[in-house]
Design a protein around this ligand. Structure first.
Ligand code: ADP
Ligand code: MG
Length: 678
């Protein structure tokens, strides 16, 4: 029985050499090959000469009326030419450097040629010759290929794969939905992606497959949500409310109304015996950490362990230091686990986590390594969650021994509603709408490089009144080494200018972890007043006395990133300032600087970022945690996404009640279930 999961070498014509080339395109199985979709179609319908414009690419059919001749000139260069009678006219046809085509051209025979029409010369510059019997479609698919693997070969493989496997392509949609939208079968849609009769059929197939992708994705999210909500699966965090209240009393500031509200939401959810899956959204500086702290405390009081995962070591160190302070008068045993934890210490921490002696662990990706195991993990907090991939977030959550641990994701990067649904499914969302009391909005100015004198004046004013400042080095991106070198250079500059009055520090990715910690601690303790830094401080860093930030070449950053960076100031009672230094060369760059200087609203900024940079840039790489679809684009195809989501919502109860009627989908979800509980 042919199975689409067969190796691609099972396809007729695919040998081991070519399989290696296919692997470069990410094609390993027959299914991979069949879903290696074209990125556009070429119109190859046969045209008559009088409908052609000069320079147009078109397919022409005619009768060969002269013998083909190949002329050689120079080394290796040659020209094949002949004449073709098309309707009542005679057209000269030339092919450059394809002498082997000569054997396909025979006097008096009909020939179909694709090429570019040169009206002035009455000539067609041919690209290829079609085999008349096989090509009765009006369009031809164009694929991404790789060196050594031509369009033609790839198309042959796909045609061969379809010949053997088309009937083996499983259906993806329930029949009712196909009927509702007049959709064709999945296997026909796949066929039409590659060999559409017309451009329209190709476009329809594309839309159908996008819908299928969204539908299946949404169905899976809702299924997971359903499983999660099944009673008894989650760790019930039953804590002593009095004790928690007493702990909250020891926090040196009064929680804002918003913080109290989200703490209540989270704690109510934690007490349930199904798994919590909640996103805490709050703009930069809104005070998410203390909310996590209270949730972790509740978890501890209920006799469970907690874990807090963050994207950078600097942030892990910082959270460890501040949580140590908050928990100083408790008997909580806190640990810090990062990539640079010494082997011996790491071994001890792993042992303590396993036997339950360690109550709360704070760390980086080091937490999701295979040998990290817990005694009874009850709560996982993922800070700056947008910096982790979907897999990474799930890996930590999978470390629960007896229960699926409760999960709290935290982020300052707000996402539009539809995307939120796509990424998060129907997860609960808590929002921190307000900033802590007395917080003044950061004043932002955009200045040109030649206004340095003014910038210095502002900086001196802040330093003189006892405040501290960040100087953010330009984003170079090519390498961390270059970035470090540049940071050194800027550091020297500031040292010369300010060194005799103030202490200047430096922080970049190439420094050892000890040096990084030292630099961060010195700044925190106000031993250094100016910190020259790369974007390593982008997320989470909290030094409330720092009120001034200079961002060099600010136009190289995206708005969302600038907002994160700028969020390092304005974290205390004092008025804070941010100076964007940039001479942008494009309108887009200038527009971004204007927007940045005029708004401190993270939600607005990230939407503008989306508009100005497009989804790809906005979310960066796979880091973003956006699911990967073959064709569907959650931003461009929002309408399809919303339709598919609603359909999935209506269909899930039907599927749950009549699993036997949908064997394909049921078995597919059953494998999902394995993923989910693994
Ligand atoms: P973020 O949401 O960006 O992670 P943090 O949790 O780091 O923000 O909090 C920013 C600063 O605000 C910290 O110095 C924190 O101690 C302080 N803070 C948080 N909540 C309050 C509050 N209710 N009143 C005063 N300061 C607060
Ligand atoms: Mg934070």
């Amino acid at each position: 029985m042919p199975n689409v999961m067969d190796s691609v070498t099972a396809v007729k014509g695919v040998g081991h050499k070519k399989a290696e080339l296919l692997a470069k395109l990410g094609i390993h199985t027959v299914a991979d090959l069949l879903t290696h979709f074209p990125f556009r179609y070429e119109d190859v319908s046969i045209k008559s000469l009088d409908e052609l414009e000069d320079g147009q690419k078109a397919t022409i059919a005619g009768q060969v009326v002269t013998q083909p001749v190949v002329q050689y000139y120079g080394r290796k260069r040659n020209r094949l030419s002949f004449r073709l009678r098309v309707d009542q006219a005679v057209l000269s046809v030339v092919f450059f450097n394809q002498p082997y085509l000569k054997k396909k051209i025979h006097m008096e025979e009909e020939l179909v040629v694709y090429g570019r029409y040169d009206m002035g010369k009455g000539q067609l510059n041919g690209f290829k010759i079609f085999n008349q019997q096989a090509d009765d479609n009006d369009v031809e698919a164009i694929y991404h290929v790789t060196q050594g693997l031509s369009q033609k070969t790839l198309m042959t493989y796909i045609a061969n794969a379809l010949a053997t496997y088309q009937l083996a392509i499983p259906e993806r949609l329930p029949y009712d939905l196909r009927a509702k939208y007049h959709l064709i079968s999945h296997s026909d849609a796949i066929k039409n992606m590659h060999f559409p009769e017309s451009e329209e059929k190709g476009v329809e197939a594309r839309r159908q497959i996008k819908y299928e992708e969204f539908f299946l994705y949404a169905l899976r999210l809702q299924w997971q949500n359903h499983l999660r909500r099944q009673v008894g699966n989650g760790a019930p965090i039953i804590y002593d409310n009095q004790q928690l209240k007493q702990f909250i009393e020891t926090i040196p500031f009064e929680l804002t109304k918003g913080q109290k509200q989200v703490v209540n939401e989270i704690c109510a959810d934690l007490r349930q015996d199904y798994q919590m899956n909640r996103l805490l959204q709050g703009d930069v500086g809104s005070g998410k950490t203390v909310v996590a702290l209270i949730a972790l405390m509740a978890t501890y009081l209920a006799g469970f362990q907690g874990a807090l995962m963050v994207p950078t070591e600097i942030l892990a160190e910082q959270h460890f230091a501040s949580l140590s302070e908050f928990f100083a008068d408790t008997s909580i045993n806190l640990a810090l686990l990062t990539g640079s934890t010494a082997t011996k210490q790491r071994r001890q921490i792993l042992a303590d986590l396993k036997n339950g002696d360690c109550h709360i662990v704070i760390g980086t990706h080091a937490l999701i390594q295979a040998d990290v195991a817990f005694d009874n993990l009850g709560l996982v907090v993922v800070d700056e969650q947008h910096r982790f991939g979907v897999k990474q977030r799930q890996q930590l959550a999978a470390k629960g021994e007896h229960y699926a641990p409760n999960i709290l994701y935290m982020t300052a990067t707000p996402i539009p509603r539809t995307l939120e649904i796509t990424i998060m499914g129907d997860m609960e969302v808590s929002k921190l709408q307000e900033m802590p009391n007395g917080r003044l909005p950061i004043k932002t100015a955009w200045m040109r490089k030649n206004q340095q004198a003014m910038i210095d004046e502002l900086l001196r004013e802040q330093l003189a009144s006892g405040r501290q400042a960040y100087v953010i080095c330009p984003l170079i991106g090519e390498s961390e080494a270059l970035e470090a070198q540049n940071a050194e250079y800027i550091y020297q500059e500031y040292l010369e200018k300010y060194g005799h009055e103030y202490h200047v520090g430096i922080l970049h990715g190439k420094m050892s972890n000890e040096d990084k910690d030292a630099a961060m601690n010195q700044f925190k303790d106000n031993e250094t007043q100016i910190l020259v830094s790369t974007t390593v401080i982008e997320v989470g860093v909290n030094v409330p006395n720092a009120t001034f930030m200079i961002i060099l070449d600010a136009d190289r950053f995206g708005l969302a990133q600038l907002h994160q960076l700028r969020g390092r100031v304005g974290r205390g009672e004092h008025q804070s300032y941010c100076v964007l230094v940039a001479d942008p060369k494009t309108d887009n760059g200038r527009e971004r600087m204007r927007i940045m200087a005029s708004s401190t609203d993270g939600f607005y900024l990230s939407q503008q970022d989306l508009v100005l940079r497009g989804a790809g840039d906005y979310f960066g790489t796979k880091q973003s945690g956006l699911p990967e679809f073959k064709l569907a684009d959650p931003i461009a195809d929002q309408v399809i996404l919303e339709t598919a989501r609603q359909d999935a919502q209506q269909f899930l109860p039907i599927l749950l009640d009549h699993a036997d009627d949908y064997p394909q989908l049921s078995s597919w979800l059953a494998t999902m279930r394995a993923d989910f509980s693994a």
